[in-house]
Design a protein around this ligand. Sequence first.
Ligand SMILES: O=P(O)(O)O[C@@H]1C[C@H](O)[C@@H](CO)O1
Ligand SMILES: Nc1nc2[nH]cnc2c(=O)[nH]1
Length: 333
Amino acid sequence: MSKISKIIDTAVKVNGSIDKKLRLDKTDEQFYENHVVHTDNDKYTYESLTETASFLRKQVPFKPVIGIICGSGMGAYWNQGCLADALDGKIQFPYEVIPHFPRSTVKGHVGELVFGYLTGVPVVCMKGRFHYYEGYPLWKCAMPVRVMKLLGITHLIVSNAAGGLNPNFKVGDIMLVKDHINLMGFAGNNPLQGPNDDRFGPRFPPMNTAYSKELIIEAKKVAEELNMQDIIHEGVYTCLGGPNFETVAELKMLSMLGADTVGMSTVHEVITARHCDLTVFAFSLITNLCITNYKTASNPNHEEVIDVGKMRESVLQLFVQNIVTVIAKQANK
Ligand SMILES: O=P(O)(O)O[C@@H]1C[C@H](O)[C@@H](CO)O1
Ligand SMILES: Nc1nc2[nH]cnc2c(=O)[nH]1
C-alpha cells in the first residue's frame, strides 16, 4: 500500500465556512482500515501468489505457455471427457492441495489444476472454475489467472456454457466472444477493485481490445477446417452473478443492451487476464435458448447444460486442440 500521511487534517465545514479543524493522528493501517473500501484482495498479494506458483513450479518439470479454463461447456463437471483429461504427461493438483487456492464447491465438480501437453504444447488447464454464486468475491474467482501468469503462460483460452440470447443461435452452437458487457462492474463489482499492484498490471487497464481479433480469425479458419462453420458465431457475452437463471424481463433488457449470450463466469477472468497482459481467446457453448416470452413454460436447468456439454465434448476438444496448435505456431514465428 502506498504511504498515506500519518497525520490527517480534516476541515469540517459548518454553514459554508471552515470553523473547526480536527487533527486526527492515525497510522497508515488504521487509516486504511477505517477509510478504504474493503475487498480483502490485499491478502492475495503478489508475494502470496508467487508462493502458489513456486509450489507448482517445483513439481512440474515444464513451463506451460497456454492456460485453459474448462467450464461446464468443456466437461469440467464430469470425470472423464474433460479436455484436461486428454492431456499427455498429466500432472494433477486438486485445488485443495494448492496453497492459497479457493476450494471448488459445485456439486460433482472435481476441481483441479492439470498440467500436461496438448498436441505437443505445454499447457495448464483449470478443470472447473470458481463462480461468484459459490460465495467467492470476483477477485478470488479470478486469482488462478494470476497464478497461471506467474507460471509463464502468455495466452488464456476461456470456455463457458451460456444461454443463447441471439435468435439466430441454436443449442449446441459455439459463439466466439468478441466482446463482453461487465454488468457486475456496472454495479461497482470488479475483480481489480482494491489496491493495485503494478507488478500485475496498471491501475486503469483498457478493455476495448480484450479479445484477440487475430485469434478469432484463426478460430474461424479452424472451424472451417473441421467443418464446423455452420455452428460457429461471433458475439457479445455477458455475465450475471447467478445462481438463478434470468427472468423474461431481464433477458429482454440484456438483448436490448446488445448481449448475444448470458452466463455466470468468464468476464472477471478475462479482465484479470488482460490486466496482466495475457492474450485472450474465449468461446461460449450455447447450452440452452434464453426464454424471452411469457408463453414458454419450459425452464432452463443445469442438467441440460451438462447434457449439451457432453454432446459437444469431442468436437470442442478438437477445436481447442487446433487453436492451441495455431497459438504455438504464432508464438514460434
Ligand atoms: O462455468 P460455466 O460458466 O461454464 O457454467 C455455467 C454457469 C453456471 O456455472 C452453470 C449453469 O448451468 O453453467
Ligand atoms: N446466466 C446464465 N448462465 C447460463 N449458463 C448456461 N445457461 C445459462 C443461462 O441461460 N443463463
